[in-house]
Design a protein around this ligand. Sequence first.
Ligand code: PEP
Ligand code: MG
Length: 592
Amino acid sequence: MNDSGDTAAKDTKTPQRVLEGLGVADGVAIGPAHVIEVGRLRVREYKIGAGDVAAERERFADAVAASARQLKKLQARTEKMSGAAAEELGFLLEASQQILQSSRLIRRVDERIAAERVNAESAVQFEVGRIEEEFARIPDAYLAARAQDIHEVGARLIRRLSNVPYAGFADLPKGSIIIAHAITPADTVLMDPARIGGFAAAVGGPESHSAIMARSLGLPAVLGIQDLEEKIPPGETVILDGAKGLVIVAPSPATLAEYARVRRRLVRERGLLNRLRTLRAVTLDGTKVMLQANVELPFEAEAAVRAGADGIGLLRTEFLFMNRDELPTEDEQYAALKPFVVAMNGKPVTIRTLDVGGDKLAPALREKMPTGPNPALGLRAIRLSLKYRPLLEAQLAAILRVGALGPVRLLLPMVGTASDLIKVRAAMGRVAARLKKAKVRIADPLPPLGAMIEVPAAALAVKSIAAHADFLSLGTNDLTMYTLAIDRGDEHVADLYDPLHPAVLQLIHHAILGANTAGVPIGLCGEMGGDPRYTSLLLGLGLRDLSMRATGLARVKQRVRAVDIDEVTRRAHLMLEQPDSAHIARLLDKGA
Ligand code: PEP
Ligand code: MG
């Protein structure tokens, strides 16, 4: 997007620059830029003493041996799989093992530790970089792919050597603003809002999972600024304006003062909204609306309680699978889910089974997930769980076990047909029988089983799905994407991504009517639910259960308390008759 100078900064040494992108998470952050170079491994270099060289070489040799064992294990698993993807993966793992057995990389790292007396991690990073540079000079696609293999092996070795699965952002100066070509959801999981000010990236759309994570974490974020990482010197002061979508580089004193004022105003507003926490979400005519929280990271359970949520309407379990090479065990999953159920203290917790695919990747599942020609339409979410039963059954067992601690509901992502529900219900029965036999305490009765309505087919066939579901939940993020054929994470078409498109509203309305007719409760947990601009429309369409990031609850509650149901129902029906989203938006803004 745009890159414009600013005359207000004439008096400073480095002139202020204003970069314009997509504001995907509100808020203002001011801090030093931490620029992540594309594809670079994050490690620290330190010198070692002459007497420590042998031990460091041994540490490196151990890491090589451990990585080789890990790769062998992965390969044994692929051998049990079939199909072209399994074969391709087998080749890749084989190539990685060969690199580990004897390669220039391993030899050179070993030599570098001795010659330069540096730690093994930095020697790996240096040598990977050197080999990549050599390969880059030869214009050959095959060799380019080999460079990627070497990069992968290097990353694996560094993770093994550092003992932390993936180096996080823990050692950055407080308030740092992460600048990168791309921020993956796995990166956001490593961001501690007490330490990180916010982030900006060159790629990504408004409903990408990284954007959703930013809003949940309360971190301002701006995406879609081309070549961003090349435009900001590391350590330079930057201002992130998440509402306007601006990254201000080397701000002038006047700009800094202005943004300090904005920040104070935002803090005051947050204080006012906090007072709504204990008030009920009831419309002017006395209709009670259930406002629940979407959560993902462990700390968000407390955030949901603090925000006064009526429950957890969507617990995304993807975080359990990110930043690690092995799948989490049933016990690990149980331990991770338990704090959410305990924190909600009797309020319902809706746990969704794994929803990886598209922009949500899990390294531990890479081998199970062929990228395919179009990952958004490929083997992902419930399709993957149903294909790979140990994954599903471990999740089901963990969920059934936490169900013994409080009310839990089980939600399936990307349901396409009723048979998805039928198969999972049967699997749940089998897992429950196994656990009971082993005298393990589980939910009794078994948790209600629900389906996300987030692909157009499910919205249209809601009747048949509702016949097998105990509840439904509209996922408007994906529903919008699949209905409009616009990738939610692609900044190039971000301006076309529009949940107010008449087709999306018709599908939402159709699903609500179908659920009501079937007598099956329906809620909404897409990002629309957390945007107060849409509250009256959603209530008018008949929804009484909205789930959103905890940070959005207060503003939505404020809207709910100002609404009359008859009035918003009338207006919503008028909106359904509009020819395009511009007309709908006008009506929406007039009534808001
Ligand atoms: C959705 O698609 O609306 C949704 C809530 O799920 P996710 O954003 O996790 O895909
Ligand atoms: Mg979804």
